[in-house]
Write a protein that binds this ligand. Structure first.
Ligand SMILES: [Zn+2]
Length: 146
């Protein structure tokens, strides 16, 4: 998909990415911005002193403390974004942010890190993102951060 067509197809994600990029830039939290040579050809924006990752259209925002597992997982979300276009935030973003991330933070505080990771990455849409990002978590018992 041509970059211009891709930009319009994922417009809601790109508008959020622009807002997040501006917010991070204004606070001096943006460490680097670079093209990802691996498919689907993202722009990776590294965040200072963070372990978090989020995929918004062509843009992946991830902490400078994240591992390659996070990058593979977020690439998987990018493929989901390409497939769902303007419905991504409703079909993928909302279930991931609220049904998985927020729910886990509120309801699983007494769980071990390993149990939380296992629960989180087996759920929709995280398991699909791992699969699309070619991350063998769950298949090989790999752990990872959220
Ligand atoms: Zn995810």
């Amino acid at each position: 998909m041509a970059v211009g067509v891709r930009w319009v197809w994922q417009l809601p994600q790109h508008l959020l990415a622009l807002a997040l990029w501006s917010w991070l830039k204004a606070r001096g939290k943006l460490v680097s911005v670079q093209e990802d040579p691996s498919p689907p050809g993202n722009i990776i924006c590294r965040i200072k002193d963070s372990y978090s990752g989020v995929s918004l259209g062509r843009y992946i925002f991830m902490g400078d403390r994240c591992t390659d597992e996070t990058l593979c997982h977020e690439r998987g979300h990018s493929f989901q974004s390409l497939a769902t276009g303007p419905l991504y935030l409703l079909l993928i973003g909302l279930p991931s942010a609220v049904g998985n991330n927020l729910w886990d933070r509120l309801m699983h505080q007494s769980w071990s890190h390993a149990r939380r990771v296992q629960w989180y990455y087996r759920r929709y849409p995280e398991a699909g993102s791992d699969r699309l990002g070619n991350l063998p978590r769950g298949r090989s018992g790999l752990g990872g951060e959220q």
